[in-house]
Structures are given as C-alpha cells and as structure tokens.
Design a binder for this molecule. Sequence first.
Ligand code: G6P
Length: 371
Amino acid sequence: SAAEKGGHEYFMLKEIEEQPEALANTLRGHFESGRIILDEQRISDQDLRDVDKVFVVACGSAYHSGLVAKYAIEHWTRLPVEVELASEFRYRDPVLDRDTLVVAVSQSGETADTLEAVRHAREQKARVLAVCNTNGAQIPRESDAVLYTHAGPEIGVASTKAFLAQIAANYLVGLALAQARGTKYPDEVAREFAELEAMPAAVQKVLSTVDQVRDLGRRIADSKAVLFLGRHVGFPVALEGALKLKELAYMHAEGFAAGELKHGPIALIEEGLPVVVVMPSPKGRAVLHSKLVSNISEIQARGARTIVIAEEGDETVRPFADELIEVPAVPTLLQPLVSTVPLQVLAAEIARTRGYDVDKPRNLAKSVTVE
Ligand code: G6P
C-alpha cells in the first residue's frame, strides 16, 4: 500500500529518503570513550595489529562499497587493500594467511558467492569480518567478527540505503584498524568519526535535489544508453550509478574512470548521449577537478549531453554542464555518500517513466542464494 511506502509509488524512493537515518543508525554506538568499537569480535587487538593485507569480497552494490572503502582504508592504515568480486575470489587461489583480514560485505548475509568466499578464506586461516545488514544471517554466523549495518529492512531489489550504510561500516572497519595499528592518532580517529557523524545531515540536504533529478530522469528516459564518469572515489560511484540504471531501467549503462576516456570510452560519445560526471571537490582534489573539467569540455564538444554532479558553489564546471546537480561540500573520502544519491533517484525515475516495476526489476532477486 501507499502507506507502507511512506506515501511513495515505490519502496525504493522511500528507502532513498531513509538514507540519513540508515547512516545515523549504522554509526550509533561505535565510538565510545574515544575508541571505535565493532560488534561481535573474535579477533583480538593483537590480531588486528598483525594484519598485513586486507581483502574486501562482495557482489553487486556491496562490491562497489568495497571499491570506495579501498581509498579510505589504504589512506588511513597504509595496508594494501584488494577488492574482489566474491564470485572470482576463491577460484583464483588468492594469497591468504592468518595475517590477512577478509571483509565480507553483504546486505542479506546470504549471498552464495560471498558465503563461499568466507569459507575459503577461513580454510586458509585468514580472519574474516562480516559487514552485514541482517541479524544472524549465515555470513556473520560463519565469520570471526561482525559489524552490522543498521539500514533496516530493504525491500527494493536494487540496493540503496544498505549501500550507503555499507560504505559507513567499511569506514568504521578502516578506523578500527588504524586505531589498533596506531597509524592514526586517537584525536584523528575521533575527527574522522565526527566527519562521518555529520553525513546524515549532508545526505538529508541532497534529498532536496530529488524533484530536479526526477524531472531530468523523465527527460532522458528514452535514451539508448547512459555513460557515467568519475575519478578517485567518484569512480566507484560511477560504477554504482551505471549498475542502478541497468538493474532498474534495462538500459545500457557503463561506468568509467574518467582518466580512461581517451583509451576507449570517448569513441562512444555521440550527439545527445547523456554522460553523467561525478565531480570531485574543487577544493579537496583541485588537480583531479581540473582534469575532469577538461574531460567534460571534450565530451561536450563531441555532442554529449553532460549531467554533472558537483559540489555546490563549483562555478568552474557550470559552463560545461547541460544539467547541474549540486551536492553539499563534504570531505573527499565521504563524497560517495552524497553523490550516489542523485544517481539512485535518476535510475528509479527513468525506470518508472519507461513503465517498469522499480522495486522488482525483471530477472533479479534481492538475495542471490545460488551460484
Ligand atoms: C543482488 C541485489 C543487489 C545486491 C547484491 C549483493 O544482486 O539485487 O542489490 O547488491 O545482490 O547482495 P548482498 O545481500 O550480498 O549485499
């Protein structure tokens, strides 16, 4: 009923709007007496200090949350982080031992490939930490430690609030490692946590773009394809934006690292093709920002219809944006939490306009329990 959907036509829009709460609930209780604390933990502080490599294994959107986390965890801990599709992980003989931490990210906690990856990692004596949205699911049950995302039940098949919560939880894992290993001072850990705690309010602000993005979605709903470009943490956001569009609107969509444009994707640009560009902050990553501005001018000159997600007040990008969607200024590593939101809304609205069931896309299941 409409009431269950919070007055919306579909659950996904309700779940998109629940993202500030999902983030706040995921962070709650994880910083006490100046320390990051995880949930159930059968990995000692000494084990965390001994970790010499991190793997994140997951599928779908959860995998994209891992790609985002790699930037933060490597930066904070100086540990190498590999992010791997769970379906590839155990078939290629990954190098694992007791000093490897494997972070298994899964909303449902039941995804077959992720579960098998967990089992493989434990057989190889690696320590496994589950990031999961479902209490008592199989993946947390078989892991050494658990950090629950508290996004609440997610009905829409395409992940939204669980994805944002996964990013926040992965960041808590990074901070817990940095704390145990001493690669960040306690006051730095406290400051990073405070920045995370400011994100529910920032995401709430992004929700004020929903009407603008839905209107845009209706206008580009008959496109053949949409491309997504990003750099740094904006790259996994581009991949997630493309995945959402494939899942919901059955449209050909690809995400690219903007730096790869000249190595192929630019050949795809043709008159009227919508290209969504996820801009970094002009202040935070000025070099990347100016490179992306020149990418946008290049694709616009070749006829692309540029849709630009940029920090509010970013004037340099304005002349190259056929559509400008402004998101609040936040620290670079936290940008995915705001820049993903318009891409979720865009995919949902394109799907709705094309007459598809936004909550139950064809051929997809919420939880894929067979390989
Ligand atoms: C399915 C869902 C996706 C989800 C993926 C991984 O494909 O449709 O939204 O990202 O599974 O699910 P998990 O429960 O492991 O996070």
